[in-house]
Design a protein around this ligand. Structure first.
Ligand SMILES: [Zn+2]
Length: 94
């Protein structure tokens, strides 16, 4: 059977079943190997004020937020990109 991607869009391998995880954006239930984990720093201060304070030498702490995104949300927010047909078979190590 022809497959769209070499790993069938998952990182499960021969493991069998695995727990479902909810997408933090849309709430969809997605298998754990298919989820995209995104970690980013979030500042509690607005962007322009943040730059101004940093220039003045102030230390501003930032929260580290980890999100679980489903594939469609990850593509929507630019975490993943849709690749051409031949490139989908190439396993990308990030
Ligand atoms: Zn989602």
């Amino acid at each position: 059977m022809p497959v769209k991607r070499k790993n069938r869009g998952r990182a499960k391998g021969q493991k069998g079943s695995e727990p479902m995880i909810q997408c933090d954006n849309c709430g969809a239930l997605v298998p754990r190997s298919k989820i995209q984990r995104v970690t980013r720093r979030v500042s509690l201060v607005r962007g322009d004020l943040f730059r101004e304070l940093k220039k003045a030498g102030a230390y501003i702490s930032q929260n580290i937020v980890t999100e679980n995104l489903c594939i469609s949300c990850a593509i929507h927010y630019g975490v993943l990109k849709v690749r051409p047909r031949e490139e989908r078979k190439v396993r990308e190590i990030i």
